[in-house]
Design a protein around this ligand. Structure first.
Ligand code: HEC
Ligand code: HEC
Length: 341
């Protein structure tokens, strides 16, 4: 097997490796609770599951999970941080300097260390933050947004953030950029870049140091980052199609989404079907069948993509986007679809 020397201790490379080790491990450091002692550890309940199981190589398992906010497609993390832009301070990406996306489809989180909640609540592990109760009993001390930031509470947890910022590689598209000129023009004409533009192919980027001001939050979401593009189907059960319901909820409470969604990056989107927060679109063609979504980027609201042949050309362009594709840098944020209602 090929092998390499370990990075020197106390370097950023060593932090990335530690983060990757924890991310890929069902075990992690030993805890005090019965389910976090050797041979298991604090990363999951008796060592049953890892971050990697839903995010292979930091990417996505393509599964729609029923989570507390509703049906949620596992998010591929090659573009949670723009490539090479993270500023690492004390072993963690500094925010907002690292230009990280607001996190999750509903913009309910603002730091990777908030995913301590997944270790405890989803994987049933002890958790990495010391000094609070292990497992679900400590969850109240691990907030999503306010009142405190979770960065800086555990060097191990911070190292996972640094791994995601620096150590996840975007899949390389097999489609050559030379065959997609028409599709690229159609993308610009439709104003897709007004939400999927900028160096990271999304306008979603933190502009504050966590925690956020309470005024930025509505229904637990950072509302400023939410855009309404006609992809939320509120007719739970009535149309026999909608799966917009929260997990483990006997009362059938409607999922989050009525306020809009956090625009995903389009980097390597060819590799992450099915699409949208709920996995409702099996293909990129299906994403573009939605007239509201495909025309919302233009100030005049004109649908420039009525011709299915044009949509095929645009899909071909979408399939070609990877880290090597030149992004659209002239972004005008369309106020009518994004931000607080
Ligand atoms: C059971 C499957 C599952 C496991 C295990 C899991 N995730 Fe996720 N992850 C998801 C899903 C689903 C989403 C989207 C959730 C949403 O939008 O509400 C997500 C989203 C994320 C995001 C947001 C990325 C972005 O750009 O918005 C981060 C960061 C993340 N996960 C990190 C982790 C870490 C770290 C672990 C291990 C501690 C982990 N995940 C374990 C399924 C999982
Ligand atoms: C007003 C902002 C906005 C504009 C303009 C916009 N989108 Fe989107 N796009 C979004 C949001 C928000 C989502 C997520 C919706 C959801 O999950 O329900 C999304 C999702 C997508 C996805 C699915 C990605 C994934 O990982 O699941 C693709 C592909 C996409 N858009 C392509 C386009 C194209 C092509 C255009 C132009 C024709 C466009 N978008 C215009 C906001 C926008």
């Amino acid at each position: 097997m090929p092998s390499a020397d370990l990075p020197a201790p106390a370097t950023v490379e060593a932090t990335v490796l530690r983060g990757k080790q924890l991310f890929n491990s069902a075990i992690g450091p030993v805890g005090a609770a019965a389910n976090s002692q050797r041979p298991s550890g604090r990363m999951s309940d008796t060592g049953w599951g890892t971050c990697y199981s839903c995010h292979p190589n930091g990417l996505t398992d393509s599964v729609t999970w029923m989570f507390a906010d509703g049906p949620r497609q596992a998010i591929s993390m090659e573009s949670t941080f723009p490539f090479g832009a993270a500023v690492i301070v004390n072993g963690a990406p500094a925010l907002p300097e690292s230009h990280m996306r607001a996190l999750n489809w509903s913009a309910v989180r603002d730091e990777v260390p908030d995913f301590e909640r997944n270790i405890r609540a989803v994987s049933g592990g002890g958790g990495l933050i010391p000094g609070i109760a292990e497992g679900a009993a400590g969850l109240a001390n691990v907030p999503d947004l306010t009142p405190v930031a979770n960065t800086g509470r555990s060097a191990d947890l911070d190292s996972i953030a640094t791994y995601l910022a620096l150590g996840v590689r975007a899949p390389i598209s097999p489609v050559s950029s030379h065959t997609v000129k028409k599709g690229r023009t159609l993308f610009a004409e439709a104003g897709c870049q007004n939400c999927h533009g900028g160096p990271n192919w999304t306008i979603s980027a933190l502009d504050f140091t966590p925690p956020p001001a309470a005024s930025q939050i509505a229904d637990a979401q950072l509302v400023k980052f939410l855009c309404r593009v006609g992809t939320f189907d509120p007719n739970l059960f009535a149309d026999g199609v909608s799966n917009e319901i929260r997990a483990n909820n006997a009362a059938n409470v409607q999922a989050r989404g009525i306020l809009g969604f956090n625009p995903p990056s389009l980097v390597s989107v060819f590799a992450s079907a099915p699409y949208l927060h709920s996995g409702a679109a099996a293909t990129l063609d299906a994403v573009l069948e939605n007239v509201t979504h495909r025309s919302v980027g233009r100030a005049d609201g004109l649908d420039t993509l009525t011709d299915p042949h044009d949509r095929k050309e645009l899909v071909r362009f979408l399939e070609s986007i990877d880290r090597g594709t030149e992004p659209f840098l002239n972004v005008i944020i369309p106020p009518r679809a994004c931000g607080p209602r």
